[in-house]
Design a protein around this ligand. Structure first.
Ligand code: PBG
Length: 343
């Protein structure tokens, strides 16, 4: 090769710099325990539970191995189990019977609906558990959307008025934390005002702040029976997964409107969002490891592709490392049991 300048010889270090050896801190289990930064405890877990009408105690959710829809009596049992395991709170979701679903989701405003009866039963039997209720219309609408559908559009402001009323009847039933998952604009403030006006100033709001239009909700929609009914998608109200700055705007609004806690959902693909929000706002920030994430892990474990328990612990720890103060996860009872057994 004529006329080609000789390439400089690669910079070979005269000696490896090994005064610092990060491996020293990893050399044994006791050492790893000593330097460990993040631990998941039962206190970090919120257990989402699906409710069924009727006496049948439990009915498996086919798409979520290990998860059942529970009768109210079985949900009371789950609340007792949660307390025994040290889990602070349950998040309740109803599978509304099809004949009670209508265009406007009116069953959401029935003070004797499945959710309200479950809240009263759990509160009466297990007063020491925290109860989080979901505010959105999708388990109640015949079209499966979270809001009111008018002329092919989900209308914002009229929906917000209904959601605030839904929150009020849930608080009336005894809910401790109202969790709006609908993604309408202005709903946190409207809910706060209605709760306060009704004397529920101690009821908290956990806002689904950064809730993305996601492929990972499929099994949940199966569990609450909205998969079959959902017309179209939720992209005009749930966030575009291409966007991160938008989550900051949502958080700013939710906090200004009175949210006590914020949440990011789904979980694992959105750890960057979780970390940004926690770093920027420093408020109690939660992650939701959603149904599709749970189903993937369970299926892969069942196929022998991964070690399910290790993957569960690793993912839950990742949420905490990224900044989560707590995690909504269908693994909650399994994880808490493991923590209890193995410390
Ligand atoms: C709807 C709602 C959804 C979830 C919680 N509340 C699904 C959706 O937005 O379609 C998903 C939870 C999960 O997938 O585990 N208001």
């Amino acid at each position: 090769m004529p006329n080609r300048p000789a390439s400089p010889s690669p910079a070979v270090p005269s000696a490896l710099d090994l005064r610092r050896r990060p491996r020293r801190n990893r050399r044994s289990e006791w050492m790893r325990r000593l330097v460990r930064e993040t631990r998941v405890g039962a206190d970090d877990l919120i257990w989402p539970i699906f409710l069924n009408e009727g006496e049948r105690a439990r009915e498996p959710v086919a798409s979520m191995p290990g998860v059942d829809r529970l009768s109210i009596a079985a949900a009371v049992g789950a609340a007792q189990e949660a307390v025994a395991l040290g889990i602070p709170a349950l998040a309740l979701f109803p599978n509304t019977p099809p004949d009670l679903r209508d265009e406007d989701g009116s069953e959401a405003l029935n003070p004797d609906n499945l959710i309200c009866r479950a809240v009263r039963a759990i509160k009466a039997a297990v007063p020491e558990i925290g109860i989080i209720t979901d505010v959105a219309l999708d388990p109640y609408t015949s079209h499966g959307h979270d809001g009111l559908l008018r002329g092919g559009r989900i209308v914002n402001d009229a929906t917000v008025a209904v959601l605030a009323e839904q929150a009020r009847i849930q608080a009336e039933a005894g809910a401790d934390i109202i969790a709006p998952s609908d993604m309408m604009d202005g709903r946190v403030g409207a809910i706060r005002d209605v709760l306060d006006a009704a004397g529920h100033e101690d009821v908290s709001i956990m806002a689904y702040t950064a809730k993305y239009a996601s492929a990972f909700y499929g099994p949940f929609r199966d569990a609450v029976g909205s998969a079959a009914t959902l017309a179209g998608d939720k992209k005009t109200y749930q966030m575009d997964f291409c966007n991160g700055d938008e989550a900051m705007i949502e958080a700013e609004l939710d906090l200004a409107e009175g949210a006590d806690m914020i949440m990011v959902k789904p979980g694992l693909p959105y750890l960057d969002i979780l970390n940004r929000l926690k770093t920027a706002y420093g408020v109690p920030t939660f992650a939701y490891q959603v149904s599709g994430e749970y189903a993937m892990l369970q299926r892969a474990a069942a196929e022998g592709l991964i070690d399910g328990e290790r993957a569960m612990i690793e993912t839950l720890t990742a949420f905490k490392r990224a900044g989560a103060d707590g995690i909504l996860t269908y693994f909650a009872p399994v994880m808490a049991r493991r923590l209890k057994e193995n410390g």
